[in-house]
Ligand binder design. Sequence first.
Ligand code: BGC
Length: 744
Amino acid sequence: MHVIAFPRLRLVALAACLATLIGPAGAQFGPPRPKPSGPWMNKSLSPDQRADLIVAQMTLAEKISLLHGGGWQMLFGGPDAPPSKSLGNAGYIPGIPRLGIPDLQMADAAVGVTHSSVFGRYSTALPSCVAEAASWDLDLAREYGALIGAELRDQGYTMSLGGGINLAREPRNGRIFEYKGEDPILAGKLVGAEMKALQQQGIVGDIKHYALNDQESGRSYVNVKIGKRAMRESDLLAFEIGVKESGAGAVMCSYNLLNGDYACENNYLLTGVLKKDFGFQGFVVSDWGGTHSTAKAVLAGLDMEMPGNTYLADALAKAVDAGQVPMARLDNMVHRILRSEFAVGLFDNTPERQVPDVFRGLDVAERVAEQSIVLLKNADGQLPLDAARIKTIAVIGSHADAGVLSGGGSAQVDPMGGNAVPQPANTPFFERVIWHRSAPLKAIRAKAPHADVQYDGGTDPAAAARLAKTSDVAIVFVNQPSSEGSDHSSLSLPGNQDALVGAVAAANPHTIVVLETGGAVTMPWIGQVSAAVEAWYPGIRGAQAIASILFGDVNPSAKLPLTFAKSEADLPHPKLTEQPPPASDKDMVEMFPGYKENTRKFDVDYDEGLLVGYKWYDAKDKTPLFPFGFGLSYTTYKYSNLKVSKDSVSFQVTNTGARAGAEIAEVYATLPQASGEQFNRLVAWYKVRLAPGESKPVTLLLDPFYLSIFNADKDAWELVPGEYIVQVGGSSRDLPLRGSVRLD
Ligand code: BGC
């Protein structure tokens, strides 16, 4: 899909340029907004009270106007695109000036603000979300969210579409890079911290895709089958924690069906669980094109249709008129939207546009990358490299001379200065592979100024091996492009990359592999290389961070937020469940409303239930390639002195090596037998920073909620009385401390 130039777009862009030329710094986009007035502007009232006051003043047409909007016009065009005041991103809902209701300007912003190039703006491309999760660091998640929030605000946006936490239940999912791994507590806490920080910038935050949209294949047609207990303790638990900890203003319901009903018209999901059980006060917005009905969706809990006006515009007015949707429900929909806007201060502090702080963005991006790169293997202390001793380095593959890879689809941040590896202009949107201009070759040369550093593109493994043979070390970069809209057909690296690594490793015993992948991949060559580093999609300062890790300026501290399987045969579903091919041309359907709903639905049975990721490997006694929670350091740590009480666990961590480092200490619990869950679950963790030889005591609270099971019969969480085994260590498969506690 390419960006089409519209005459009106040019006018809008021109107006923006003029405003910039003649207006003061921090100028508003378009004419100045009248200062809102009315009793709802009294800041001492709660967001709910303020929303009630304003809803009472609204006409039916005004109410309905807030429940749907335009979007994606810049990409898809159309006779009336773009709407006059849209900032050109995923969604736009005009406000109501008479009441001071601001515009909702929504931007996709999972790893940074997207579509900045439309008006020639700058946004920081952060490392991917799964990279952020590999830091296990709530402070860093806050920085991540605060930066995105600030850059949204600087560009005039009022709502973010980010916060993806679909669990890595299906590791071939093409959107794993947008999510936070396979553990519901880790993912939930991280998104909670990130969204809270984002909202503190005065932007409405969103958590998505609710729920169980764990694969892209047939995402609008797939009916996920899963039991209540299993979903509450896995995917829905991540949302429960995220929603409660962040107070996010919005939740995006997903494209898929869940146990027979579309997520966006699923009463159990939206009303029963999200609004009642989680106590979610904000609004539910459909994923783009994910609304399928009027009365059914609205009564199930959907509050906003995006983009378009098929179901929640005139059709909703008619449904209210016909008594199919009570006026009270309509008021509640509007209330929820306005409440979220009041809660983040949209009425009180309208974003003022200004140039984003590029330096801060680059700095945060580099820090996140440094703390998210996982050292997977380091035989014989191969790393860190000693720049003073190495004379020749071969850098091979993966466009390492040009840039670092990023993830595609709606999370794609426009690359600063354009794609470092240009693709044909007519490449479809979801197939674009974007490389950010952060070249590992240059960063490595900067760290080893006296070494002869040569590059080989890696297309011919034999040629790459020849270069490797005459070099002191060979650093092979490998990649796995991913995008929204499709899954990986397998966990293997695409193309000839496995053969490339094999050939280089056979030629040079000092072969280091740097992976730039969306999530987990298989590594048939792991036994032949001396070191391996998982850099994910490392963002605009990725190369600098990779070089800092390789040369030891940064001691790696990240741990895997998802399991790396040895092969697909070990997965709960060795084969990806794909959408059956259309029976005939007549069955070809479109993504947007109006398609024949029933023609291509298919089931995926998540019969592994709550055994997502490491829980599956533990319960089935399978050995992964690299376990959840695993990650090496250039120093070593010792765990000692475990004490477990009813509400806390304490232990000591010692840095037993010669370098300062940060160890992520992980606490797992196995529930009493009566729970039926005889496998570990992560219940707490802490990142301890330690100087060489230093010891620190760590005490972590044991949250009873994280030890509970969901009783589907009672529809409630409960703590099973009995003996809880608690284990502590540096990875889910390396837990040297073991104790237990009785809980009643
Ligand atoms: C994606 C969402 C995104 C929306 C708007 C959809 O295709 O699934 O994650 O926020 O588009 O761009």
